[in-house]
Write a protein that binds this ligand. Sequence first.
Ligand code: NAD
Length: 279
Amino acid sequence: MVKKLKMNNGLEIPLLGFGTFQAKDGEEAYQSTLNAIKLGYRHIDTAAIYKNEESVGRAIKNSGIPRNQLFVTTKLWNDAHSYDKAQEALAGSLKRLGLDYVDLYLIHWPNPKALRDKWQETNAETWRYMEEAVAQGLVRSIGVSNFMVHHLEELEKTAKIQAAVNQIRLAPGCYQTEVIDYCKEKNILIEAWSPLGQGEIFQNQTMLELANKYQKTVAQIALAWSVQEGFIPLPKSVHEDRIKENMDFLDIELSQEDINIIRNLPGMAPIPDPDTKDY
Ligand code: NAD
């Protein structure tokens, strides 16, 4: 049974989630999510923009696991940053997932390209609807993704409910000090997207040496690092053996020295800047 962490609203979240980005809608997303749940994952991460909510929802339903034992996250995409559009977006996600509620609903991106001159206002409006969705029982917790400190500070000016989670890119060699420190200070849990660096860590010499040292795989070392840093990693795979491998790391105890080596691993992909991305 995967351990849970407590969010700032008192609700719990499993400290490992199953990622579904780029799992193709249909058999691939369905079967991989079903396998993940059968293998013991209880936390599934999807998003409207992944276009696989229907398959993910079908897997959730057919898994036979009671709904209240699963933690399901989806995200509101950049085309839905207003009170009304957020309402429509959530209704659409719930319908595609075939669920009455999601456990966590995130604003996927703080500063969509089309709204660059008014993101402060549109995030506040979107959040106002998300707070109402909590009151209506359509979502249990609300949070954000790819928010940097200035986006979080701006949101706090109007929010009645504090973000429970910030989901950001965190992988070996990809450590976002400023926003991590801010979230820890504010008791906002941090989820790590692309915790395996979208594959780029597997050929890394240092990671291979650490895997050898601890007699584990590179993926397991990266995930152990993520959890020891206090993050909730969301590894993705569509292969059953890897899905299983990516759960089997909680017995690893990395030394502080190795944690620092992984944190500062050179040569990894740069951190995306949400204020200048082309979407
Ligand atoms: P990831 O870091 O989880 O890497 C996934 C890739 O690593 C797989 O496609 C596979 O090729 C490889 N892999 C997985 N397990 C392996 C293993 N044990 N051995 C060898 N190779 C293995 O990348 P990701 O999918 O980008 O991120 C994980 C999840 O984070 C996503 O699925 C999604 O749920 C979430 N995410 C969120 C955002 C966001 O903006 N909020 C962005 C990207 C991803």
